[in-house]
Design a protein around this ligand. Structure first.
Ligand SMILES: [Zn+2]
Length: 149
């Protein structure tokens, strides 16, 4: 693992901690102490798994906030669900924004190669380039125009 991806992981860890700290005291207060401990561990693990997945595979993780909320909502009483949903949305949203800036800065280019084209929606193309090329099959004409120029 290079230094940059280690840094990204460290940042993601901070996000997962921040989410956990915000919601840990909302865990079902009527569960017995052993259960509460177990719930806390499960919530922390779910936060960390979400961030881990975001750090390693951000392109293919759709709706990470909804996924995390679905994973942990059962540990919270119904009266706290809105609070938990909000905290998860805010925390994961911040982490996603962070990962997005890292993607734009090229931090994820070292791993799996991505097509260099920009789609009509202005987002980077996520497809795999042709072998030893910078562009995917749909954008390969861009490579020719670059060579011609
Ligand atoms: Zn492409």
């Amino acid at each position: 693992m290079d230094e940059l991806s280690a840094q990204i992981r460290n940042c993601m860890y901070q996000y997962s901690r921040a989410i956990y700290r915000t919601i840990k005291d909302l865990i079902d207060p009527y569960a017995d102490p052993d259960e509460q401990l177990e719930y806390r561990r499960a919530v922390l693990e779910a936060c960390e798994d979400t961030m881990e997945r975001l750090a390693t595979d951000p392109h293919y993780f759709a709706n990470p906030d909804k996924t995390l909320f679905q994973d942990i909502r059962r540990y919270f009483p119904i009266t706290q669900q809105a609070q938990v949903a909000w905290a998860v949305q805010e925390g994961v949203g911040a982490a996603v924004a962070f990962v997005q800036t890292q993607i734009e800065a090229g931090a994820f280019d070292g791993g799996v190669a991505r097509c260099r084209a920009t789609t009509r929606k202005g987002k980077p193309c996520q497809r795999t380039p042709l072998p030893e090329r910078d562009y995917c099959p749909s954008h390969q004409h861009l490579e020719h125009s670059k060579v011609a120029a």
